[in-house]
Design a protein. Structure first.
Length: 133
């Protein structure tokens, strides 16, 4: 099932993250090259780790704008999304601790639910009082 067949939402986000990780998993050296090398005839991105990540961030921001997000918010969200995904993927390429599917599940959870609900421990007082009522 392609991303064009999925409605906006959790499933589409998961599909996109898993597709990115599957691309990396297929040939990690291509990812390393795209992420770390700059062709000699091209300037290094001054705003992003690589020209590749800038390209993905710009495309993501365009998608968010077409979905109704404002220009500044779409750029900020795209940079956060792409930068975080790039950092997690770069660590995963070098330090495999789980499958692409498991990492996609975790990243989707954090991005979809936010950091408070995506994996951070809840305050102790909430855990203690659960089930007492």
């Amino acid at each position: 099932r392609g991303s064009r067949d999925l409605p906006p939402g959790h499933a589409l986000l998961h599909h996109q993250i898993l597709s990115y990780l599957a691309f990396i998993d297929e040939d990690p050296n291509v990812y390393r090259f795209l992420n770390r090398q700059v062709p000699p005839d091209r300037e290094r991105s001054v705003t992003h780790h690589s020209g590749f990540s800038r390209l993905i961030a710009d495309s993501t921001a365009d998608h968010l704008r077409s979905a109704g997000w404002g220009k500044r918010m779409s750029v900020a969200a795209a940079d956060l999304f792409v930068g975080g995904l790039e950092a997690a993927a770069s660590r995963w390429v070098e330090e495999r601790t789980c499958t692409a599917e498991e990492l996609a599940d975790r990243l989707t959870s954090v991005l979809w639910n936010g950091f408070i609900f995506g994996g951070m421990p809840r305050p102790a007082e909430q855990r203690v009082t659960e089930g007492i009522a």
